[in-house]
Design a protein around this ligand. Structure first.
Ligand code: NDP
Length: 334
C-alpha cells in the first residue's frame, strides 16, 4: 500500500514510518508539512520521494491509497476531510480533532465516502493491554470494581513545544494523554464512562495549558476509574491496576510506546505473572488498518473509538474547569 504522511512529525519519525514500511511492503510516497524546508529535509532523511506543502496535490496522486495524519491537533480535521474527499483511507492521530463534533463529522464523512478511518490509539495494540483485557473477559477477577490509571510521565525535552504552550494547537496533557487513558478504559472494560469529576494544574511545565490532571470516572456498571496524567513526573512510572471481586491485576510500565512492562494477577490462589506477546504496537495498528482497507476486520481503534476517547478527555477538562461533575452523553456509534 502506498501512503502519504501529513505532518512531518516526531511520532512518524520515531515509530510510524518504520511501522508502515514493515507491514506488507508499505511505501511512503509523499510527506506534507506546513514548511517546505522542513518537508524537504524530513523527506531526504527518511527516503521519501515527494515532499511539499500542497496537500491537495499529494492527494491527487492515484498511486496513494492511505494517508497518515500526525500534524498538530488543530490541523487534523481539515486534513482528514480533504483526504476523505479524495477517496483515501485515513489513519489519524489522536486526539482526532479539537472538538467531538468535528471528530464525529470526520468519521461520518469517511463512512459516507466508503473509506476506512482509524484512530492511532497505540496502547490497545500492546500485548500487555490485550492480556489484561483477556484476564478480565475470562472472569478471572470477577466483577470489576475499579481501575487506577497511572500515566504521569516527564514529557521529553524535544516535545516541550506546542504541547506545553499552545492551547490553539491542542496543547495540554488532557488532549495528549487523558485521551489515551480514556481509550484504554474503554478497551479493557467495554464500557463508556458516564460521569467525570476532575482537577487539573500547571505544575511547572504548562504555560497557559494544564500539564497535570487527576480525575474520577463512573462506568455504567458502577465501577469507578481513577486516572492521573502529567508531563512533569520524571520518576513516577506508569501502570494500570484493575480490581475485581475475585482478583486484582497489577500492570507496571505498560503505558508506553514500547512492548515492555509486566502484568500480574493476584487472587486467593496467589500471585502469578501473566505472559503477553511483545509485538511492536505501531506495526500491529498499521497491520489492522491495512487489513481493514482490504475488507478484513476492523482497525484496532476505529474512528468512533477516537470520537469517544476525545469526548471523555474533554469532559475531564470541562469538569476540571468548572469544578462540576460532568455527565457524558454518548457521541454516537461504539
Ligand atoms: P511534533 O511536534 O513532532 O510535530 C508536530 C508538527 O510540528 C509536525 O507535523 C510539523 O508540522 C511541526 N514540526 C515539527 N518539527 C518541526 C521542525 N523542525 N520544523 C518545522 N515544523 C516542525 O509532534 P508529535 O509527533 O509529537 O505529535 C504529532 C501528532 O501525533 C499529535 O496529534 C499527537 O497527539 C500525536 N501523537 C500520537 C502518539 C501515539 O502514540 N499515538 C505519540 C505522539 C504523538 P507540519 O504538520 O506542518 O509538518
Amino acid at each position: 500500500m502506498n501512503w502519504t504522511l501529513v505532518g512531518a512529525s516526531t511520532i512518524a519519525a520515531q515509530y510510524m514510518i518504520d511501522a508502515i514500511r514493515a507491514v506488507g511492503g508499505g511505501k511512503i510516497r509523499h510527506v506534507i508539512s506546513g514548511s517546505a524546508d522542513h518537508a524537504a529535509t524530513y523527506a531526504k532523511h527518511h527516503g521519501i520521494p515527494f515532499a511539499g506543502t500542497d496537500l491537495d496535490q499529494a492527494l491527487a496522486d492515484p498511486e496513494v491509497a492511505a494517508v497518515y495524519i500526525s500534524s498538530t491537533n488543530e490541523k487534523h480535521f481539515a486534513q482528514a476531510m480533504a483526504a476523505i474527499r479524495a477517496g483515501k483511507h485515513v489513519l489519524c492521530e489522536k486526539p482526532l480533532a479539537m472538538t467531538p463534533q468535528d471528530a464525529r463529522e470526520m468519521v461520518l464523512a469517511a463512512e459516507a465516502a466508503g473509506v476506512v478511518f482509524a484512530t492511532n490509539h497505540h496502547l490497545r495494540c500492546a500485548g500487555s493491554h490485550q492480556a489484561i483485557r483477556d484476564v478480565i473477559k475470562a472472569g478471572r477477577i470477577g466483577r470489576v470494581l475499579s481501575l487506577r490509571i497511572h500515566h504521569a510521565v516527564e514529557l521529553p525535552g524535544n516535545l516541550q513545544t506546542w504541547r506545553i504552550n499552545a492551547a490553539g494547537s491542542g496543547g495540554g496533557v488532557i488532549p495528549d494523554i487523558t485521551v489515551h487513558d480514556a481509550d484504554v478504559v474503554r478497551f479493557l472494560t467495554g464500557e463508556d464512562p458516564v460521569r467525570v469529576t476532575a482537577m487539573m494544574a500547571a505544575s511547572g511545565m504548562g504555560q497557559g495549558v494544564e500539564d497535570s490532571a487527576m480525575s474520577v470516572w463512573a462506568l455504567p456498571s458502577g465501577a469507578m476509574v481513577m486516572s492521573h496524567e502529567s508531563f512533569t513526573h520524571p520518576f513516577a512510572g506508569t501502570g494500570i491496576e484493575v480490581h475485581g471481586t475475585e482478583g486484582s491485576i497489577f500492570a507496571r510500565d505498560v503505558m508506553t510506546q514500547r512492548p515492555i512492562g509486566s502484568v500480574e494477577l493476584v487472587t486467593g490462589a496467589g500471585r502469578d505473572a501473566v505472559p503477553f506477546p511483545d509485538h511492536n504496537l505501531y506495526e500491529y495498528g498499521v497491520r489492522r488498518f491495512v487489513e481493514a482497507t482490504r475488507g478484513q476486520g476492523t482497525p484496532a481503534a476505529t474512528g468512533w473509538d477516537g470520537v469517544h476517547s476525545l469526548t471523555i478527555a474533554l469532559a475531564v477538562r470541562e469538569a476540571a474547569e468548572t469544578g462540576q461533575t460532568v455527565t457524558i452523553a454518548s457521541p454516537g456509534a461504539a
